[in-house]
Ligand binder design. Structure first.
Ligand SMILES: O=C(O)COP(=O)(O)O
Ligand SMILES: [Mg+2]
Length: 229
C-alpha cells in the first residue's frame, strides 16, 4: 500500500527499542552478566541484536538456547530470567541513548500538536526508568509496555487501545517502529506504519517489510505527516 504524503493523522505512536533508543549495549551487557553467572560464554552484540523485539522472556530464552523459538529447561529459565532482570534493572540506562533525530522529531511532532504515545514490548519495570533517564518520558501522553495489556505486538491490541484512548480511528494513527512486529501490529490494526532502518529487525533489511515508508529518522518522519485534528 502506498499512501499520499503528507499523511493526515492525529496521533503518533513510537516504538522504544531500536526506534527511540539504542538499547542493545545495555541489553547485551545484562545478558552477558547473566551468562557469566551461569558459567556460560558471552553472546556477541551482533547476535544479541537479532534477539530483541519480543520482550524480556523471549530474549532470555533466545540467549539460553541460541534459537529464536526454542524453549529452554523451565528451571534454568526461571533462574536465568531472575538474574537477567536483576542485572538489567541495575544498568538499564548505562549506555542506552536516543538515536540521531529522535529528540528533534518528537519536538516537531509535539509542536504540530499530535497526540504522542510510546508502545513497546519491553516490560514496564524497565520502560519507565529508561524513558525517565533519557528524558523522553515527558513527551508521551500514553505509555504501553509489553506487560501493560493482555497481548503485545505483533497483536494489534496495544494500537487499538491507543486509538480508543485518543478517541481516533485506526487510520488516524501512525506507528513508527523498527521491526516486523511493528509492521504486523499496524497492518492488523489498520494504522499507518513507518519504519526506521537503524534498529533491530532480527538482522533482516526493513525494505522487506510491508510499510508506508522507510524513514531515516524521526525528524524526517515528522516532515511526512500533517495534523488532521
Ligand atoms: O523489548 C523488546 O523485546 C522490544 O521492544 P520494542 O517493542 O520497544 O522494540
Ligand atoms: Mg523495536
Amino acid at each position: 500500500m502506498s499512501a499520499p504524503f503528507p499523511l493526515d493523522i492525529k496521533a503518533v505512536v513510537v516504538d522504544l527499542d531500536g526506534t527511540l533508543l539504542d538499547t542493545a549495549p545495555d541489553l547485551a551487557a545484562a545478558a552477558n552478566r547473566m551468562l557469566a553467572d551461569l558459567g556460560r560464554p558471552p553472546v556477541p552484540m551482533e547476535v544479541l541484536k537479532t534477539y530483541i523485539g519480543n520482550g524480556v522472556s523471549r530474549l532470555v530464552k533466545r540467549v539460553l538456547t541460541g534459537d529464536m523459538q526454542a524453549e529452554p529447561d523451565p528451571e534454568l529459565f526461571d533462574h536465568a530470567l531472575k538474574l537477567y532482570q536483576r542485572h538489567y534493572a541495575l544498568h538499564v540506562a548505562d549506555a542506552s541513548r536516543p538515536f540521531p533525530g529522535v529528540r528533534e522529531g518528537l519536538e516537531a511532532m509535539k509542536a504540530a500538536g499530535f497526540n504522542l504515545a510510546c508502545i513497546t514490548n519491553k516490560a514496564e519495570q524497565f520502560t519507565i526508568p529508561l524513558l525517565l533517564a533519557t528524558h523522553l518520558h515527558g513527551y508521551f501522553e500514553l505509555i504501553l509496555s509489553g506487560d501493560t495489556l493482555p497481548r503485545k505486538k505483533p497483536d494489534p491490541l496495544p494500537l487499538l487501545h491507543a486509538c480508543e484512548h485518543f478517541r481516533i480511528a485506526p487510520q488516524e494513527l501512525l506507528l513508527i517502529g523498527d521491526s516486523l512486529n511493528d509492521a504486523q501490529a499496524a497492518r492488523a490494526a489498520g494504522c499507518h506504519i513507518f519504519v526506521v532502518p537503524y534498529g533491530y529487525n532480527r538482522g533482516r533489511p526493513v525494505a522487506e517489510l510491508d510499510v508506508d515508508a522507510v524513514v531515516p529518522s524521526l525528524l524526517e518522519a515528522s516532515k511526512l505527516i500533517r495534523n488532521a485534528a
